[in-house]
Design a binder for this molecule. Structure first.
Ligand code: PA5
Length: 476
């Protein structure tokens, strides 16, 4: 995709349809009125101000990513070109923010069966994002890859995460045994420039290194080298992706809430939380966006799920994010969404134009109840089912809104990811919590270090050793 004109950008602008959050559509008991929005406007304006004033500061470095990576983007593109020439497999070792973004963008922008295509059609290495330490998974990966044609990218901001560093240790050992001095040609490190052990190891081993900026947390890192390198290796135009993010940044920096989809959705979600809607369902109607829902779940859950607010008061904030896929989950979850508790806000993602479409063939003329499908396309069917589900939920007074993507491409994916990040940032300020820490995650990480006998974690080990023992009578 070449550089887009302003008209092309306008044509690719994402829109948010929040009709079904309003009382006219979902009823007075559940829905919001224009007055509700007006009454909460001072809160939204204050959240807006805090986010915009802190752009680029502290852990809000992610807001600058669409603009400040000129040099690194050139380095990424050159490195990716070399990788594409030399290798047939590109493996990402990382977890959480280091894995969910690359997986989401891979699924969104590559052929849906990329790894199964022959090299000639694939035109890029296969991508494996390895985010678990299930031993069977690692064994199967190692049993599958031709190491001569494989490059690994170990991604960890802290440079310490047990899962990722274990993967690094296992594979680096194998690479050294196989390639000796040349092992380093098969390993890239993406980590913090100044913190953690991976940067020290990378220097010692002479690895090619990319840096995760200090002010960019894991779950906000897709638009830095964490996500840009795998995307470029796959042949995705990362400059266009960043320009989509920049375009959305302008939209989401509009003071007027009715023109700012991130601020509007943030306020609606916040007001919904205040009314006990504790569950946020993300339901794209496109297989290409299936893992965007996974990525969203981490962003929403880890950013907003906080025990205390900025004043140190206990708040137990956040909504439980749930991923669903249209139409698949119509036959699994929708029963609950329509008839279960009134505790959810459902976000649909609609795609107006699919990159491929398939016509339903003529046939079964003697069976009108089957034949009615004929000559329609699957694109029509999926979008009709989305509208039907939206209607069914709305008539059952269930809060829902839709993000409309004209099509899925590098530009609109940049827009989409950035819009969700902005929305999350605004909700964090509405809730008055620290959006960017993750003490709950660190708790688990530290307990693992302690149980594995890592130096400096002796106190945690002692605490765990003194915790109540499980009772045999509670096993059955
Ligand atoms: O969002 C976050 O900060 C976390 O989910 C991290 O991405 C995850 O824990 C991995 O951390 P690291 O990049 O330090 O290995």
């Amino acid at each position: 995709m070449a550089k887009l004109t302003s008209q092309q950008k306008k044509d690719l602008r994402l829109k948010m349809d929040y009709n079904n959050m309003m009382s006219e559509f979902v009823g007075e008991k559940e829905g919001f009125t224009a007055k509700d929005i007006k009454d909460n406007l001072p809160l939204a304006n204050s959240a807006y101000k805090i986010v915009q004033e802190n752009r680029g500061k502290g852990m809000m470095g992610w807001m600058d990513l669409p603009y400040n990576q000129k040099e690194v983007v050139e380095d990424i593109i050159a490195t990716a070109k070399d990788i594409r020439k030399k290798c047939d497999n590109f493996v990402v070792f990382g977890i959480g923010g280091s894995a969910l973004g690359p997986t989401a963008v891979f699924q969104a922008l590559c052929h849906l069966r990329h790894n199964e295509l022959p090299r000639k059609l694939r035109k890029a290495p296969k991508l494996y994002v390895e985010d678990n330490v299930d031993p069977e998974r690692m064994a199967s990966l190692l049993g599958t890859l031709d190491l001569n044609k494989t490059i690994f990218n170990v991604v960890t901001k802290s440079g310490a995460t047990s899962e990722t560093m274990s993967q690094y240790l296992i594979v680096m050992d194998i690479l050294k045994k196989k390639f000796g001095e040349k092992a380093k040609d098969h390993m890239i490190a993406t980590t913090s420039k100044n913190r953690g052990n991976l940067i020290k190891i990378a220097k010692e081993e002479g690895l090619k290194t990319f840096y995760i900026p200090d002010g960019v947390g894991g779950r906000f890192s897709e638009l830095c080298p964490v996500g840009l390198l795998p995307a470029a290796v796959l042949g995705i135009d990362i400059k266009v992706m960043l320009s989509g993010a920049a375009y959305m940044d302008k939209i989401c920096s509009d003071k007027k809430i009715t023109k700012n989809p991130a601020l509007m959705s943030a306020l609606l979600e916040y007001m919904s939380m205040k009314r006990g809607k504790n569950i946020s369902v993300m339901m794209p109607y496109a297989d290409s966006l299936k893992y965007v829902a996974d990525w969203y779940c981490q962003l929403w859950g880890e950013s907003l799920g906080k025990a205390v607010n900025k004043n140190g008061e206990t708040v137990y904030a956040g909504q439980t994010p749930v991923k669903a896929l249209g139409v698949t989950d119509q036959h699994s979850q929708i029963q609950l969404y329509r008839e279960g508790g009134f505790d959810k806000v459902i976000t649909f993602i609609a795609v107006e134009k699919f990159r491929a479409d398939v016509t339903i063939s003529e046939g079964c003329e003697q069976f009108p109840d089957v034949n009615f499908l004929c000559n329609h396309t699957l694109g029509e069917l999926i979008n009709t089912e989305r509208k039907a589900t939206e209607y069914a939920l709305t008539t059952a007074n269930r809060l829902n809104y839709t993000i409309i993507m004209p099509e899925v491409n590098a530009f609109t994916i940049g827009e989409l990811l950035y819009m969700f990040e902005m929305e999350t940032a605004y909700v964090g300020e509405l809730l008055n919590i620290d959006t960017y820490n993750q003490p709950g995650v660190e708790g688990g990480k530290n307990a693992t270090y302690a149980l594995f006998g890592r130096r400096g974690y002796e106190n945690v080990k002692e605490e765990i050793d003194n915790a109540p023992r499980k009772k045999s009578e509670y096993f059955c």
